[in-house]
Write a protein that binds this ligand. Structure first.
Ligand SMILES: CC(C)(COP(=O)(O)OP(=O)(O)OC[C@H]1O[C@@H](n2cnc3c(N)ncnc32)[C@H](O)[C@@H]1OP(=O)(O)O)[C@@H](O)C(=O)NCCC(=O)NCCS
Length: 334
């Protein structure tokens, strides 16, 4: 009997129309467009209209995926939302998305794994499909990073943007789908990238607001060094244990945090530019949304064909490290 695997059968994304360029940020903080571009690869990012929550952009991406797959929301069994910017602490954003899109039969939940959120959520969703328990699982990566950015902190506010991406996972028995995953966490790195207040450790108070503790805090250089090492390690490891090398990879779809981190992993695997998706110049780091957005770029650029071996990789706050190896099964794309 052929092995049942979970395959991505549809993709939808939502990118807000409003654009903030590096030049716009020069007017707000002490930075230069040149510094941002050369250190990160970012030239602009898209941001929501103030007050737009994550559930709205997540639902928009989900609806696009459903439209492309030509199915109704009531066919979904499960909705998993990866985000670090939920609409509120509870209920889960997945519940709000379920209601918004009318997925009457679906259950759902959120997962918090920051920039590794999408590969983690994809892996979780895949388990339900592989066991045969569910036939249609919606996996969404969505973040409104501007809701937690401190526009007085030039070291973080230039890095992020807002976006959402959604995929549908379904069973396939033709050799396509998710082949393997390799995830790890290192919680000793928690303090290097976090939002200190708003949880049970530092509940919201006048003091936490005055101390600007409801914003992202990052020790950039430390995160950078960890990410460069782990990104490449995780990518190489998952290839090796599946008896592949860099030459077998058709497409490397990396989390977009910094162009230098992506290129370090690219060079370690010996991949040419044509096999690596880079769209950070347009969107910045959209946290859980970068990988589905990069899949969209790949489809738009006709770099993704059925049967392709695709490697997804991410490193994020936690620290979290995620890599997923899959054989692309093809999606409707117009
Ligand atoms: C944030 C990041 C781009 C900073 O680049 P860097 O080369 O490490 O820069 P440093 O932090 O060493 O800072 C160098 C100098 O630039 C300054 N600087 C920082 N942000 C700046 C900005 N936006 N504009 C101008 N100067 C800036 C720093 O203050 C520092 O000045 P100093 O030398 O006078 O102290 C980089 O560390 C990074 O990408 N880190 C990982 C981010 C990431 O991936 N996060 C998400 C997890 S997936």
């Amino acid at each position: 009997m052929k092995q049942r695997r979970a395959a991505i059968t549809a993709l939808g994304t939502h990118v807000p129309e409003r654009v903030v360029t590096n030049a716009d940020l020069e007017k707000i903080v002490d930075t230069s467009g040149e510094w941002i571009r050369t250190r990160t690869g970012i030239e602009r990012r898209h941001v929501v209209e103030p007050g737009t929550p994550t559930s709205v952009i997540a639902a928009a991406a989900a609806q696009e995926a459903l439209r492309r797959r030509r199915i109704g929301a009531e066919e979904l069994d499960l909705i998993i939302v990866a985000t670090v910017t939920p609409d509120m602490m509870f209920p889960a954003t997945a519940c709000l998305v379920q209601d918004r899109i009318g997925a009457k039969r679906a259950w759902g939940f959120d997962i918090s794994a920051a920039c590794s959120g999408f590969p983690y959520a994809l892996t979780i969703g895949a388990q339900f499909v592989e066991t045969g328990r569910h036939r249609k699982v919606m996996v969404i990566g969505a973040d409104v990073m501007t809701s937690i950015l401190d526009y007085q902190d030039r070291t973080t506010c230039v890095l992020f943007g807002d976006a959402a991406g959604a995929v549908i996972l379904e069973p396939r028995e033709d050799g396509t789908g998710i082949l393997d995953f390799a995830h790890e966490v290192d919680g000793s790195g928690a303090g290097f990238l976090h939002m200190p207040a708003g949880g049970s450790l530092h509940p919201a108070s006048h003091e936490t607001v005055d101390k600007r503790m409801h914003y992202i805090k990052q020790q950039g250089q430390h995160v950078f060094k960890y990410a460069v090492r782990k990104f490449a390690d995780a990518s190489v490891q998952i290839l090796l244990r599946n008896d592949f090398t860099g030459t077998d990879v058709d497409l490397f779809v990396a989390h977009q945090a910094n162009i230098r981190i992506i290129e370090a992993a690219q060079h370690r695997m010996g991949l040419p530019d044509s096999k690596v998706i880079k769209n950070i110049h347009e969107y910045g780091n959209t946290t859980a949304a970068t990988i589905p957005l990069a899949l969209k770029t790949a489809l738009d650029e006709k770099k993704l064909e059925p049967g392709n071996l695709v490697l997804l990789a991410a490193v994020g706050a936690g620290f979290t490290v995620g890599s997923v190896l899959l054989r692309w099964s093809g999606v409707a794309w117009d």
